[in-house]
Design a protein around this ligand. Structure first.
Ligand code: ADP
Length: 259
């Protein structure tokens, strides 16, 4: 009797990639991509071989944040060569579509694009691959957790109630998918006026720490709301690369050491 060939099932490792860390958020605009870019550069500065996969299909921002443009090469028409900048090997769904092109894809297409980025991109030997996820709890998160053997997920939130509520849903989803939660990060934690030094908690303060404690997950760090962080991200050189000695860059470096 003919046997069906064994099917590869369950999460797989990417050849040569030691750890895969997903950066997630419940809500958009809380700084997930900014954190991913700065963490990737910070980990590279620690001497680690780092890859960054921008899987934010609806708003890929890594080409702009890491200052990468152009179309990735595919010399054999099958494999894709990743791009590289600031010591980080990267690939983004944004490099496969035009920047101004709105992505209107259905689930199966998203899954196809994600699989391509996981399996066809020549990541090479990496100590860690950071995956910048889209916000929320959708197809991309589920496909990634089912197809790739994730070391864990880092969940970013602002201290605001509404963002925290969504972050909780994200953590719940990863629990259901069996992905370990590495910890939470509070972004836009506090704002220090660049003129007078006055400190304000624009989105509240300590909310993420309290939530992390309630959920029994570590709080990995707090990143301030800071104009330099935003300007560096827009300018194509994350703050950790462009102003490495600044206290804000040091906050990202400290965070990277927990991973
Ligand atoms: P997400 O990936 O969660 O949608 P982004 O990383 O794209 O969020 O951040 C949204 C906007 O906020 C960007 O313009 C980014 O530069 C800015 N931003 C993110 N984190 C900070 C921060 N700590 N301080 C100042 N601006 C920030």
């Amino acid at each position: 009797q003919a046997r069906r060939p064994a099917q590869q099932q369950g999460p797989q490792k990417i050849p040569g990639v030691d750890r895969i860390l997903a950066i997630a958020s419940g809500k958009g605009g809380v700084g997930k991509s900014t954190l991913s870019a700065n963490l990737a550069v910070a980990l590279a500065a620690e001497g680690r071989k780092v890859g960054l996969l921008d899987a934010d299909v609806y708003g890929p921002s890594q080409p702009r944040m890491l200052g990468v443009s152009g179309r990735p090469a595919s010399p054999d028409g099958k494999t894709i060569l990743p791009m590289r900048n600031h010591g980080v090997t990267m690939m983004s769904i944004g490099l496969m579509t035009r920047e101004e092109e709105a992505v209107v894809w259905r689930g199966p297409m998203l899954m196809g694009a994600l699989q391509q980025m996981l399996n066809q991109v020549q990541w090479g030997a990496l100590d860690v691959l950071i995956v910048d996820l889209p916000p929320g709890t959708g197809d991309v998160q589920m496909t990634l957790a089912q197809k790739a053997e994730l070391t864990g997920a880092v969940v970013v939130s602002t201290p605001q109630d509404i963002a925290l509520l969504d972050a909780r849903k994200g953590i719940d989803m990863f629990n259901k998918l069996g992905t370990p939660i590495v910890g939470m990060v509070e972004n836009m934690s506090t704002h220090i006026c660049s003129k007078c030094g006055h400190e304000e908690h624009v989105f509240g303060h300590g909310g993420v720490a309290a939530e992390a404690e309630k959920l029994g997950v570590p709080l990995l760090g707090e990143i301030p709301l800071d104009i330099d962080i935003r300007m560096a991200a827009d300018g194509g050189a994350p703050l950790v690369a462009s102003k490495p000695a600044s206290p804000q860059a040091q906050a990202f470096r400290k965070l990277a050491k927990t991973l």
